[in-house]
Design a protein around this ligand. Structure first.
Ligand SMILES: Cc1ncc(COP(=O)(O)O)c(C=O)c1O
Length: 486
């Protein structure tokens, strides 16, 4: 391994070594400068030329040193931070993080596992996406269902496609709440949306094939598509969802999308686009993989019928999850397979066992049968609506026109489009004041400087008081917004 000193010269002394980096950036290449810089630094870290605990030059220093625009450095740093290569520590600087190396042979392009490289500063409010409300969770009833499930002697393997009682309940529920007509035989339970996607890739033999997805879109699914050897076609978004024109021109065999609440932008796929997408699938024999991850939580107007409910030729594969409507820790999701694929599934996966614990499956079936699930969803919809309203109110009150709210009135997160400040700057400033917000830049397959002009606020797990406090703190980080803190 080459010595660190070969690569750096000391230019700062505040608490650590500051590096002077000299990558070879070429304006004439088609790859944007910020991506060249991002790739260069990433490689330096992966190949241990930049070591954990080393201090990176500040954005200003590197901008001056490389004679590039501030945006270039900012965008590269932002991407490296969102992937866990770098960490910004308030009042200290930007540091190289420790990454876990693959055992013995580093595999090119492998994503590192993120480790904290500095003790985090005190967090007062964390707008992390993915958390659900647990204050009002019916814990007593859920515990009873778990005990009853054990008492019902669910000691053995369940049916290969999942607990039959649960699949029947899911089928009933989908008809009532999402307009999906299915039989219990079509339902296959899985241990999470990524498990569903892995299975679908294998079932449809998508290795080496083109699969389209929204750009930006859910990175959890994108990782599966990459790992399953699919060629990903990023499809741009329009005001009313994914560009069907673009999809038509692609050679995609399948498309993965979030039509009822686009992730992360939050728009709804218009009805005319839904019809055109179905037409695309019928004409090309393609499959539409509909991820209806938070369809339960729409706060205004009629619930939007799922794409699956409009499908007359069985080209839509519907994905659902209990992670938002119940608990992410249940690790329970499901697929509604078109009948023609059930035969294929039985053949291809004849030797595969069901991967979700039969006890959890039976307990959730009991929870639904008791009426608790429906009551829980109704309660949560009201609760999340109140939180959503509080969030919007606080943003309007404290941030005014400094930001633009992006997204429909549904789900458990929103995006803010920033003005006069980048996501990286706001995240850094927020951290200093104890409010954690996140950049959605990792949801882009091909991030652009635009990707770094948003922040994402998840609010499911926060109380209304915390939401208000968090927005106030964040507002005080915006340029020219000197307001008192709560
Ligand atoms: C778009 C999308 N789909 C699905 C999920 C849920 O995934 P899982 O079922 O693995 O919890 C999430 C959670 O964050 C999501 O954002």
């Amino acid at each position: 391994m080459r010595k660190v000193t070969e690569f750096k010269s000391l230019i700062g002394t505040d608490g650590g070594l500051t590096l002077e980096l000299t990558p070879f950036l070429q304006k004439e290449l088609p790859e944007p400068l910020y991506m060249q810089l991002y790739h260069w630094i990433k490689k330096e870290i992966e190949e241990s030329r930049l070591l954990p605990g080393m201090k990176m030059p500040s954005i200003r220093q590197l901008t001056l040193h490389l004679k590039v625009s501030r945006n270039t450095v900012e965008a590269a740093y932002q991407q490296l931070q969102s992937e866990g290569y770098l960490e910004s520590v308030p009042k200290s600087g930007i540091w190289v993080c420790e990454i876990e190396k693959p055992f013995l042979h580093p595999i090119a392009g492998e994503h590192p596992i993120r480790l904290e490289c500095k003790p985090p500063s005190e967090v007062i409010v964390d707008f992390e996406y993915g958390n659900v409300d647990i204050e009002k969770f019916p814990l007593k009833q859920w515990k009873k269902c778990l005990t009853d499930a054990v008492d019902q002697e669910s000691y053995q393997y369940s049916e290969r496609m999942g607990d039959l009682a649960l699949r029947q309940e899911i089928s009933n529920y989908l008809l009532q709440s999402r307009g999906v007509r299915s039989t219990s035989e079509q339902i296959l339970t899985t241990a999470g949306t990524q498990a569903s996607m892995t299975l679908i890739c294998q079932l449809l033999a998508l290795r080496g094939k083109t699969v389209a997805m929204e750009e930006p879109g859910y990175n959890g699914v994108r990782a599966v598509l990459e790992d399953q050897g699919c060629h990903i076609e990023p499809v741009p978004l329009e005001k009313d969802g994914l560009s069907v024109e673009y999809l038509r021109k692609s050679r995609a065999k399948a498309v993965y999308l979030t039509p009822s609440h686009q992730f992360p932008f939050g728009m709804v796929l218009s009805i005319s686009k839904r019809m055109r997408m179905l037409k695309w699938a019928y004409q090309t024999g393609g499959y539409i993989i509909e991820d209806d991850y938070d369809g339960e939580f729409r706060y205004l107007g009629q619930p939007i019928p799922s794409l699956k409910s409009l499908d007359e030729e069985e080209r839509v594969i519907y994905l659902g999850t209990f992670s938002k409507s119940f608990l992410p820790s249940a690790r329970l999701s499901y697929i509604v397979l078109p009948p023609s694929l059930i035969v294929q599934y039985s053949r291809k996966f004849a030797a595969y066992n069901q991967s979700v614990s039969p006890i959890i499956q039976r307990a959730i079936a009991l929870f639904i049968q008791s009426g608790e699930f429906e009551r829980h969803i109704r309660r949560m919809r009201k609760m999340y609506q109140r939180k959503h309203q509080a969030l919007i109110r606080s943003i309007e009150q404290y941030m005014g026109t400094q930001v633009k709210i992006v997204g429909e009135k549904s789900g458990l997160h929103i995006l803010l489009k920033l003005k006069g400040i980048t996501a990286l700057e706001l995240i850094e400033r927020g951290q200093k004041k104890g409010v954690k917000v996140y950049s959605p830049a990792m949801f882009w397959l091909q991030p652009t400087p635009e990707s770094h002009s948003y922040i994402m606020l998840g609010f499911g797990g926060l109380s209304i008081e915390e939401i208000d406090k968090g927005v106030r703190l964040l507002a005080s980080c915006l340029p020219g917004m000197e307001i008192g803190e709560a």
